[in-house]
Design a protein around this ligand. Structure first.
Ligand code: SF4
Ligand code: SF4
Length: 640
């Protein structure tokens, strides 16, 4: 396939041409060179977890040397993916909790959302009366840190789910205990000679994934809001056209807001802005990429440079002085690409060092000074820019972002008749779902994947859903794609069906809502959970779904699994490596329905996948409307 056919993003196409002219290798070249990927890996039936292996399953060798069959091997590989994803999200969250433990009135990190902290403290039985807000913060941080390794009990946030859902988890024995314990248990159980039962492996994958969604990621999101501010609605721009010819361009890539928040502050430091002018630039232009991009756009309106598949292409513009990264989803290839230009590829975290990068360690203890040092390095690099190598593509799109649960409640209040109903609730959303003006709501999340055409599945599915009156909420690189393609503008309402367009008009929102980064999928859990509670239903009763059209990371596997375990049907646009076990497919794509009330569906054709989701939502509505009717009858009977 022509490289340029591997993306629908026009800026990316322009830069792929430039990369070729500049002799720079990108992921698109590497994909072409990988003539065929290994069939055993694709099916998930190769195993290399012990020194007797690697073993792979074929008709002639239906078992590995230890006797593990295809179901055991696929199940173990799947469970390890879930553990990897859970570990990544949760270690991110642990860092944020540590950052909160360091917060002080005059320090680098302060408490930005006191009322959210107080609410959480009360939820967790931390004394708030008459105490200094920082004493409360430190105690709440300590409680959160215990969530990673407490010896007894289950994750604290589980009790925020609808009671019926909590019962499902309890009866199945999939209530996650301590986060690290669940990850360690999977690593133990998938060691040679331990669990050899696919049902049990998937069962523990469900529990571990819940430790991500309902503990690790939820801590990450809540704590980030408390420390850095709960996102509010704001305007921004997206795509590589946000880079500026006359400014020092700094790209923030990765995941953790403890770094990016400090870089945002440092880039506004008058001394550093002055320095940028001294080196001949008009100022400093900060732009985000991947989930760090999502974090800073949600809280500060920092422009989004691009998504996962654009990280190399950003450097190919020749206009980036520094790409500052922390952890997760950072191509090691960036070190090589940066060497072809003047760009400084700056790694900052001891847990994600990359060979041939410029390592400038960032520590929360010395956060602001470290951030200043890093931004200064970027500014001083402006003089090395080779103007003849610069090509900033033209396209960028405006976007409205910042839809935290609190921001959504604020928008919904616009349609509340305060004589009748209280403000600050999700009742208007529940009412729209009940009446059918909104047919349903779908979370479109996840990455870009070189197995498909970059951005195509995201955009095709989002457009189809909104056309059919289904509200879309999105996070991660799905959100970046939506922002780039103009789906987060008010004008995008004209792409929506009549019902959704009317709701968008009245509530004053775009049809696709940016909810943040990948850990912020926990916001989706909260919204769905609160809506279910408003309607006195379980999550699996609602006409909602999750879809990861272009997923690629283990984190996405963990997300998909906890979404299903929470009772939300999940649709994948890329087949996970489980096809090697018919039993794995049977459980994941069918039997889970009877167990947790939701299942996976996979279809690699985005048009078809969109139609399947829409038709399943409509089927779900039959059940949902019946429940609504029953509940109304009960109310009438009580009143009579
Ligand atoms: S655990 Fe079993 S199947 Fe896996 S590599 Fe070792 S012998 Fe082979
Ligand atoms: S959506 Fe996927 S690719 Fe993008 S930042 Fe998150 S995990 Fe990485």
């Amino acid at each position: 396939m022509d490289k340029k056919m591997m993306t629908i993003d026009l800026n990316s196409k322009v830069l792929l041409d430039k990369a070729e002219r500049d002799g720079v290798e990108t992921m698109y070249d590497r994909k072409q060179n990988f003539k065929a990927q290994c069939g055993f890996g694709l099916q998930g039936n190769c195993c290399r977890i012990c020194g007797m292996g690697p073993c792979r399953i074929t008709p002639k060798t239906p078992r590995g040397l230890c006797g593990a069959d295809e179901h055991v091997i696929v199940g173990r590989n799947f469970a390890r993916m879930v553990a990897g994803g859970t570990a990544a999200h949760s270690d991110h969250a642990r860092d944020i909790a540590h950052t909160m433990a360091l917060a002080s009135r005059n320090g680098n990190y302060t408490i930005k959302d006191e009322s959210k902290l107080i609410t959480l403290a009360k939820e967790w039985d931390v004394e708030t009366e008459g105490r200094d807000i920082y004493d409360i913060a430190h105690e709440v941080a300590d409680v959160a840190l215990m969530e990673f390794g407490k010896p007894y009990g289950v994750a604290r946030f589980l009790k925020n789910a609808p009671v019926k859902r909590q019962k499902v988890w309890k009866e199945l024995g999939i209530e996650p205990r301590a986060i690290d314990r669940e990850v360690a248990t999977i690593m133990h159980s998938t060691h040679i000679g331990c669990t050899a039962d696919i049902d049990s492996l998937i069962h523990m994958s469900l529990r571990t994934s819940l430790a991500d969604g309902w503990a690790g990621s939820m801590i990450g999101t809540r704590f980030s809001d408390i420390l850095f501010g709960t996102p509010t609605v704001r305007e921004t721009e997206a795509n590589l056209g946000v880079l500026e010819e006359n400014k020092v361009n700094i790209i923030l890539h990765g995941h953790e807001p403890s770094l990016s928040e400090m870089i945002v502050l440092a880039s506004e430091d008058p001394e550093l802005v002055e320095l940028a002018k001294e080196v001949g630039a008009d100022g400093i232009n900060l732009a985000g990429m991947c989930c760090t991009g999502n974090e800073v756009t949600m809280r500060h309106g920092v422009k989004t440079a691009g998504d996962f598949h654009q990280q190399e292409l950003a450097i190919v513009t020749g206009a980036v002085e520094a790409m500052i990264v922390d952890v997760q989803c950072i191509f090691p290839a960036l070190a090589k690409v940066a060497k072809c230009y003047h760009t400084k590829f700056i790694t900052t975290f001891p847990k994600a060092k990359i060979a041939e990068s410029t390592y400038m360690e960032f520590s929360e203890e010395t956060a602001y000074e470290d951030a200043r040092r890093i931004v200064r390095e970027a500014i001083l690099n402006f003089k090395n820019r080779d103007k003849s190598k610069v090509l900033i593509p033209e396209l960028k799109s405006s976007a409205t972002v910042g839809y935290s649960l609190d921001a959504i409640l604020g928008q919904l209040d616009r349609v509340v008749n305060s004589q009748i109903d209280p403000t600050g609730t999700l009742k208007p959303l529940a009412d729209c779902l009940k009446s059918g003006v909104l047919r349903g709501a779908v979370g479109v999340v996840g990455c870009n994947n070189a197995k498909g055409v970059s951005n195509k599945a995201h955009i095709t599915i989002m457009k189809e859903l909104i056309k059919n009156d289904i509200l879309v909420v999105t996070t991660g690189c799905g959100a970046s794609a939506a922002a780039k393609f103009g789906l987060m503008t008010k004008e995008a309402r004209k792409l929506a069906g009549k019902g959704l367009a009317t709701v968008c008009e009245l509530v004053d929102i775009p049809p696709v809502l940016h909810l943040g980064s990948c850990v912020d999928c926990s916001r989706i859990l909260e919204i769905v959970s609160e809506t279910a509670k408003t309607l006195d239903m379980d999550i699996c009763d609602l006409p909602v779904a999750g879809v990861a059209p272009e997923w690629m990371s283990e984190k996405a596997v963990a997300i998909g699994t906890y979404v299903v375990a929470s009772g939300i049907d999940t649709y994948l646009g890329i087949m996970p490596p489980v096809k090697g076990s018919s039993r794995a497919v049977e459980i994941l794509c069918d039997e889970l329905q009877d167990i947790v009330g939701a299942k996976f569906t996979v279809n690699e054709n985005p048009e078809e996948l969109a139609q399947i989701i829409i038709s399943d939502i409509e089927k779900k509505r039959v059940h949902f409307e019946k429940l609504v009717e029953e509940k109304m009858k009960q109310v009438v009977e009580v009143e009579v």
